[in-house]
Design a protein around this ligand. Structure first.
Ligand code: UDX
Ligand code: UDX
Ligand code: ADP
Length: 469
């Protein structure tokens, strides 16, 4: 089994950064270098005051302990590759915006460029680990590229080791994962590479939680896990629409259903719609894969999960308009939360983006507050979501505030888009006093104490609960 003394991670993003920082923390005997072509990102990882490029509870502590000891961040991609025995490829794989499979297939350009770089600069054999979420058979493409372009003295063994961490809980997920999945070829060399990676995780993960499977099973398992998680949310959200129409309560339904041990209680929180960089992208990958494999029924089945999510988002914004007497033109809507979930500053595919876009289409004024999302990110997301509205116009109609109380001042309605705990704890009496009346609250996350708000005087609408106006 090849000994691993030095690891290089290509890509210092949401996946590569936390994952390899934790590997460095847990394996002080291994040197871990995380490289990225983005200088600003690397500078942030190296910043003296630990202003890291991503917000993740617990991450700073990990970086403080390991950085400079056996954890390094660098833009010298080639050196990182050359020195390493094992390389994680953790580059971005967004959905393609043009060409074949546009809107569905993953853009593998970054994976391919990183792979070609490994082939071009390596002087020694390496284990190359596919960490980014990729469509099935990407490992095969990586292997073909490496074999066709590498010097004769180098051998490359490819592994698939998908990451299951969720943002906001990444460090806990990495410290105590439900499972670590390693996929390899069934050859002796493939198995030896698999053993080498297993040994790294075995430094802190119980061996029975480290699963070894075939390369293709590993790749498909990642897509399947995300698709099935997203499917649970779309299922509960579909039921939330029935609850609203009948007066049933989605929290009670979810509780009752989740008590069946075959179903389980997690991931049954109705919401204004799932977001994040993975769910939609991975399902669309699965749809594309199914279509390529001439399985249209399978493709349609998974596509429906995304369509239901779109429906949930537009259903919610329509509810806001309907409740505010069928017009929000010129009205002030406070949107609390812009991240796709709590405890992250990430806005990728966030439901809040769709809501603000819909409110813009109705010519409302929108006041946004989020405790973590940086303002430039909000402007860039909204510009992309509202391509026909010039930024200067957008900035007249949308304002970003630095507290929830300020954002709610003079608003006709408050919309909870992200389940930040602090929204539960703000002084709703003060919010009420400062709002126009009737004062409406739309809870898209089942976060607030609706009865308490009603006692203050608010008109409250909660996703998945029959109207009690
Ligand atoms: C079901 C519910 O389980 C039960 O709670 C409810 O009260 C009645 O309906 P039942 O239809 O008796 O019970 O059997 P169940 O074990 O749920 O199986 C239903 C079908 O699903 C069977 O054809 C079974 O073979 C199939 N199945 C079940 C699978 O194909 N795969 C599985 O993993 C589980
Ligand atoms: C997900 C997977 O959980 C993780 O295993 C994978 O590695 C990456 O994709 P992430 O996108 O970071 O992680 O967050 P997750 O907690 O799964 O939430 C995704 C979206 O679903 C969020 O918008 C969240 O608010 C929403 N959600 C989640 C619900 O609406 N209801 C739920 O019950 C759970
Ligand atoms: P993820 O959520 O999958 O981690 P991110 O976009 O957060 O995705 O991070 C991916 C990182 O990979 C980015 O910082 C990007 O600059 C980096 N990257 C992409 N291609 C390369 C490459 N060829 N070499 C080094 N870094 C790369």
């Amino acid at each position: 089994m090849p000994a691993v003394n030095k690891i290089c991670c290509i890509g210092a993003g949401y996946v590569g950064g936390p994952t390899c920082a934790v590997i460095a923390l847990k394996c002080p005997h291994i040197q871990v270098t995380i490289v990225d072509i983005n200088q600003t990102r690397i500078d942030a990882w190296n910043s003296e005051d630990y202003k890291l490029p991503i917000y993740e509870p617990g991450l700073e502590g990990v970086v403080r302990e390991a950085r400079g000891r056996n954890l390094f961040f660098s833009t010298d991609v080639d050196k990182g590759i050359q020195e390493a025995d094992l390389i994680f490829v953790s580059v971005n794989t967004p959905t393609k915006k043009s060409g074949v499979g546009a809107g569905f297939a993953a853009d593998l350009n970054y994976v391919e460029l990183a792979t070609r770089r490994i082939a071009a600069v390596s002087h020694s054999s390496k284990i190359v680990v596919e960490k980014s979420t990729v469509p099935c058979r990407t490992a095969e493409s990586m292997r073909t590229i490496l074999e066709a372009n590498s010097p004769a003295e180098c051998r490359f063994d490819i592994l698939s080791n998908p990451e299951f961490l969720a943002e906001g809980t990444a460090i806990n997920d990495l410290f105590a994962p439900d499972r670590v999945l390693v996929g390899s070829l069934e050859t002796p060399e493939g198995k030896a590479a698999c053993d080498a990676l297993t040994e790294i995780y075995a430094n802190w993960v119980p061996r029975e939680r480290i699963l070894t499977v075939g390369l293709w099973s590993s790749e498909l398992s990642k897509l399947a896990a995300n698709a099935m998680l997203a499917q649970r949310i779309s299922s509960i959200n579909a039921l939330s629409a029935i609850c609203e129409a009948t007066g049933a309560c989605i929290d009670e339904v979810a509780y009752a259903v989740g008590k069946d041990s075959r179903v389980g209680p997690s991931f049954l929180r109705a919401s204004v719609g799932f977001g994040g960089s993975c769910f939609q992208k991975d399902i669309l990958n699965l749809v594309y894969l199914s279509e390529c494999l001439h399985l249209p029924e399978v493709a349609n089945y998974w596509r429906q999960v995304v369509l239901m999510n779109e429906y949930q988002k537009t259903r919610f914004s329509k509810k806001v308009v309907d409740t505010l007497f069928n017009t929000i033109t010129g009205k002030n809507i406070a949107v609390l939360g812009f991240a796709f979930k709590a405890d992250t500053g990430d806005t990728r595919e966030s439901a809040a983006i769709s809501l603000v876009r819909d409110f813009q289409a109705e010519n409302a004024n929108v006041n946004i507050y989020d405790p973590q999302v940086v303002h430039e990110q909000i402007w860039s997301d909204l510009s992309e979501a509202c391509p026909t509205i010039p930024l200067t116009t957008l900035q007249k109609r949308v304002k970003i505030f630095s507290s929830a109380l300020e954002a709610c001042k003079n608003a006709e309605a408050v919309v909870i888009a992200t389940e930040w705990r602090e929204f539960r704890d703000i002084d709703w009496n003060v919010v009420y006093l400062n709002m126009k009346k009737p004062a409406f609250v739309f809870d898209g996350r089942i976060l607030l104490d609706a009865d308490k708000l009603r006692n203050i005087g608010f008109k409250v609408t909660v996703i998945g609960r029959g109207e009690k106006l």
